[in-house]
Unconditional design. Structure first.
Ligand SMILES: Cc1cc2nc3c(=O)[nH]c(=O)nc-3n(C[C@H](O)[C@H](O)[C@H](O)COP(=O)(O)OP(=O)(O)OC[C@H]3O[C@@H](n4cnc5c(N)ncnc54)[C@H](O)[C@@H]3O)c2cc1C
Length: 256
């Protein structure tokens, strides 16, 4: 509706899918958490299943806008809209989620990492409806990190990071770090692979930080320059690593 108000879009036909009750379920089946496309942000925030099995989403969704928006906005609409500054697309990439879409020719299952293709662009075809997302349930030893820089709580981020990790014996055995608002889509940082299965020292982190800065291509807008976004991304990576490994020595001040 805001996009129509701003004359950004003028659809010839609008179909209200809001009453399709079966698209609003949250269910755990085996080791998969399934979230229907019409699940509203507020449902995510309050769901005990999501808090238990995908706590990254519970934390992230509290940063999506304000209660009035969270009461109406849906996960399907949020992902289909594909705003690069949006929190939930990055979470889906960090969680290695599968996005399920259905059309006249059947169902497609799309890895979140392949779903977002550009600013407001996705792999959805015109005839397809996003029906659900499936998220692997959090494993033992899994840990998550979410933080965003925004001028006010609830604003779209200037730069943000959603990360999911497995930590064993003070090491990352897995680390998926998905940045948002620093590119035209959520960016799964290749730099994070430099931190897996190695003792993270300030030097190792500095190398990963440099790799991150090189792989990001942030836009400049009225909120921040590209250089500021790159800097904030490095700060986020350091905070994430420090928090998840319980290593106060790896603070941004000490490493950047
Ligand atoms: C003032 C304001 C502030 C906001 N701030 C934030 C923020 O900080 N962070 C954030 O992440 N989001 C933010 N949003 C976006 C909001 O969270 C909603 O996710 C977004 O508006 C989508 O709303 P909706 O679910 O009603 O989808 P709609 O507005 O109905 O749809 C959005 C688009 O997705 C398509 N679509 C919807 N559902 C489906 C589906 N199931 N399958 C295929 N296509 C579909 C529609 O055709 C349309 O193109 C903000 C929105 C507003 C108005």
């Amino acid at each position: 509706m805001p996009a129509m108000n701003l004359r950004l879009i003028s659809p010839e036909l609008i179909v209200d899918i809001g009453e399709i009750a079966e698209l609003r379920e949250i269910a755990v089946r085996g080791d998969v958490l399934s979230i229907g496309a019409l699940t509203r942000h507020v449902d995510i925030l309050r769901s005990p299943e999501i808090a238990t099995h995908a706590p990254l989403l519970t934390e992230a969704v509290a940063h999506v806008a304000h209660p009035a928006i969270r009461n109406r906005g849906t996960i399907g609409g949020n992902l289909a809209h594909a705003d690069p500054a949006s929190e939930l697309p990055a979470c889906m990439v960090a969680l290695n989620a599968t996005i399920i879409v259905r059309g006249q020719t059947g169902e497609r299952r799309i890895a979140a990492g392949n779903f977002f293709t550009g600013i407001y662009e996705t792999a959805l075809l015109a005839q397809e409806l996003l029906v659900a997302v499936e998220v692997p349930v959090a494993q033992k030893n899994s840990a998550h990190f979410f933080h965003e820089f925004a001028r006010r709580h609830g604003d779209y981020a200037i730069a943000g990071l959603a990360a999911q990790a497995i930590v064993r014996g003070g090491l990352f055995t897995d680390l998926c770090a998905a940045f948002f608002a620093v590119g035209d889509r959520p960016i799964l940082a290749k730099a994070a692979t430099k931190l897996i299965n190695v003792g993270v020292t300030p030097t190792v982190l500095a190398e990963a930080s440099a790799t991150l800065a090189a792989e990001l291509d942030p836009q400049e807008d009225q909120q921040a320059s590209a250089a500021m976004r790159r800097h904030l991304a490095k700060v986020l990576l350091a905070r994430c690593v420090s928090a998840l490994l319980g290593r106060p020595d790896l603070t941004p001040g000490g490493t950047l």
